[in-house]
Design a protein around this ligand. Sequence first.
Ligand code: CMC
Length: 468
Amino acid sequence: MKVRDEETGPINHLLTSLTDLPSINVRSCSMQASGSATPSGKRNTLTVIDNRTGKQYEIPIEHETIKSTDLRQIKENADDFGMMTYDPAFMNTAACRSTITFIDGDKGILRYRGYPIEQLAEKCSYLEVAYLLINGELPTKAQLEEWTMNITTHTFVHENIKKFMDGFHYDAHPMGMFVSALAALSTFYPSAKHITEPAERTMTFYRLIGKVPTLAAFAYRHSVGMPYILPDNELSYAGNFLGMMFKVAEPQYHPNPVLERALDVLFILHADHEQNCSTSAMRGVGSSQVDPYSAAAAAAAALYGPLHGGANEAVLRMLDEIGSKEKIPAFIKDVKDGKGRLMGFGHRVYKNYDPRASIIKRLADQVFEVTGRNPKLDIALELERIALQDDYFIKRKLYPNVDFYSGLIYQAMRFPVDMFPVLFAIGRMSGWLAQWQEMLLDAEQKIARPRQVYLGHDNRDVTMLSQR
Ligand code: CMC
């Protein structure tokens, strides 16, 4: 299937051009730069010499990549399958071309659609950023009003959702409830499976961005045995979520403006992060053309893990376990001895301070002025200080990531620890949807289906059970 969208138009690739040509030696196959010359005198191809056969192949380079399928022509024998690349965990494989999010991990840069995260966090609301991610440009005032109105009027969920929420055990993890509720939404909106229709996709954006705070708050209220609070359309996106979480008997919930803004900024910081584990799940599952609710449930499930969105929860549990500043050196020693990880540190892409962590650290001061200082902050600051001076962390370029300080803010705002990954998921929904749509509109994308290097038994015969 190739989906083309009149409204959105073809994807505009803005990727940078090649400057340097790599020189690679892989076992019996050596590669060196050669090929047709560019105006600068450099040649944008790789010449690959297969030392098994002596044959030479010229492979085009585009956007500093070669296409893995171009390697398939490299064969020792005519009936061979052809050369593949082996890249467990996708350490060096681009699975798509994207114009949504740019990260320079060495410099600690994060931009959505070209805008630095620092400016978006300072000047925009989360719904503006969600619009930007999905539509490619910041909205005008009129566009934002319409977008906000459409999302706000899709915050309610079917009454039956309350019934199946009630079916969960009292101590069910809210992320498990949230993942299940997302998948269940597909049964309420069967027309969403018409993913080639722009109007259906747009409706999905309104529904999913609108309903995730409601599902999240319902999961929390169930776990504490409190009645579900319906959305209040008079409140902002973050304010309404706070109301659905914490409203008790007051006729009208008034969020504290500092906390409301802090939560909105946290949603912005979590909105997208290019091809991370959950986004890859959204794209991969979505590539089967399943409905977007099912794909979003898969993405949320991927986010649940402690190495991804579950890390913010793990950080708080770790700080609790450490308990006091005096115990930090022993904890660090255990980490260095391989007895555990310093949660909230390290990142596959950032080899520098995560820019989101810097913003969150500043945001924490504003929040703590309202809520009072989270006593665990001192442990976190001391942990960071010690780790950043320690050779183990310096050598491996391990710095605080987005999850190191976010939990301290969430906790100060009275969110229970097991809600932290759910909060991450609310913000990330807009990014998942933007990436899902980009995948659908990309003529080069097909169902995701990695290859494998088979190293198991060759053909062998089954012996009867009685003879084994
Ligand atoms: N504490 C101690 N050592 C670490 C840590 C850590 N947090 N992270 C990485 N290392 C070590 C690791 O043991 C390895 O050492 P060695 O070379 O001696 O074997 C080296 O650093 C490289 O680590 P890796 O596991 O190969 O790196 P990765 O890119 O596969 O993993 C990561 C990235 C985020 C999963 C990892 O850094 C980690 O587990 N961090 C803690 C969990 C966490 O905070 N996750 C949130 C990530 S940011 C938000 C998100 O994406 O959801």
